[in-house]
Design a protein around this ligand. Sequence first.
Ligand code: ARG
Length: 474
Amino acid sequence: MKLWGGRFTKPTNELVDEYTASISFDQKLAQYDIQGSLAHVEMLAKCEIIPREDAETIKKGLKVVAEKIAAGEAELTEANEDIHMNVEKLLIDEVGAVGGKLHTGRSRNDQVALDMRLYLRDSIVTLVELLTKLQEALMEQANQNLDTILPGYTHLQRAQPVLFAHHMMAYVSMFERDTERLKDSFKRVNRSPLGAGALAGTTFPIDRHFVAEQLNFDGVVENSLDAVSDRDFVVEFLANASLTIMHMSRLSEELVQWSSAEFNFVELDDAFCTGSSMMPQKKNPDVAELVRGKSGRVYGHLIGMLTTLKGLPIAYNKDMQEDKEGMFDTVETLKGALALFAPMISTMEVKKDNMYAAVAEDFSNATDLADYLVNKDLPFREAHAVVGQVVLHCINKNKYLLDLTLEEFKNFSELIEDDIYHVLSPETVVNARDVAGGTAKNRVEEQIELASSRLDISKKWIKEFAEKVNVLTK
Ligand code: ARG
C-alpha cells in the first residue's frame, strides 16, 4: 500500500511506478532530506504540535535511517517513488506508527524545494573553493612568468606582444567573476521554503523561522505559492555554471593550440595527457578537450530547465521533478573539471624560448613604430600609413622590423633615429604599455597583488560559509 494509497482502489500500473519515480536519482538528496526532517520535527515538538517524546523517537529513527542509507544498507524502492517517501517509509519501519507524525504540516512540495536548496548551497561553497584553487594555480604561473613574452593575438593573428603572466591573469579575472556570481546567488538559494505546505501554508501553528534558523538559512521564502513553485535558483545556478564552463572551454582551446607542434608554447604534464591506441608517438590533451566538450551538456541543462519551467502555472507541477538530474550533472561536471584543471595548470611547462622566438618573428611591434612617429609629432593616421609601407617592404625582403638598417628606415621617414632598435625590442614594447590594466611588468605585478588580496577575502568567505552549510552532522 502506497503512503498516499487511501483514495485508490487498485495498485499503480508498474510502468507508471517506473516512469514517475525519481528515487533512482533523487537519492542523492537523502542526507539533506533527513537534515530538513530533523529540523522540522524539532519545530513540531517546540510548537507543541506533537509530543516531545515522539519527536525524540523520530529523531533517533531518522539518524538510524541516515546511517543505513549512507552505508548502502537501506532498501530504496521505486514503489515508494522518491527519496522523501522512501525515508518516511524507512522511518516507520524503524520506529513504528509514530514515524507517521513526521509529515505533519508538511508536503513533499515544500520538502523537495528545501532539499534542492540545501544541496545547492553546499555545492556552491565547494565550487567556489575549487574555483579559488584554479585561480591560485593560474596566479602561480603568472608569478613564474613575469618575464615571459609571447605574441598576443586578435583574430588569431599575431597582434602585440604581451607577458604570459598578463595572459594568465586574464583568466584569473574571468574566474573571479564566476566566484562573485556564485557567492551572490547564495543569498537567493539560502531561504527556507519549508512551511509552505503543498501550496497555501498549513493549519498547524508551525514556526517557519525556527526551522530556517536551525538550518542556517538567512530567512524564509515569503510567499507560500512562490516557495513551492520557484526554481529560479536552479536556473541561475545553471547559467552561472554555463559561464564557468565556457571560460574553462576557452582556456582548454588555448591549451590545445599551445601544446600543438605548430605553436609548441606549452607542454602539459604526462600525468594529465593520454595516448593513442594506434599511434605510438601521440600525446593528447584529452582533459582540455573533454572539458571543452562538456560545455555542451551544461548549456543543455540550462536550456532544458528554462524550457521545462516556461509554461508551468503556479505552484508545484510534476514537471518540476525534471529539475534534478541536470543540476546534479552540472555540479559533478564542474567539480570534475575544476579539480583537474588546477593541477594541470600548475604542472604545465611553459616554453619561454619558443614564445619569445614567435615574438621575434612577427610584426607585433609595428604599432610601436607608429607610436614612435606620433611622438615626433606625425599625425597617427599618417604614421599608420608609413609603417604599413615599412611592413610591406619587410615582407618583400623577407625581413622583420628589427632586421632593417637605419638607412632603410630613413627611406620611409627621416624622423626615425637609431634609438628605434631599443624602442622596437619586445621588452620595451611590453613595458611601454604602462597603463592601468596594461601588460607592462609593473602593471601585471600590480594586478597580481590586487587579485591575491581579493583571493584572501574569498578564502575567508569559503571558511565562513562552509561552516554555515555544514549542518548535516548536527
Ligand atoms: N519527487 C518529487 C520531485 O522531485 C517530489 C515532490 C512531489 N510532490 C508531489 N505532490 N507529487 O519533484
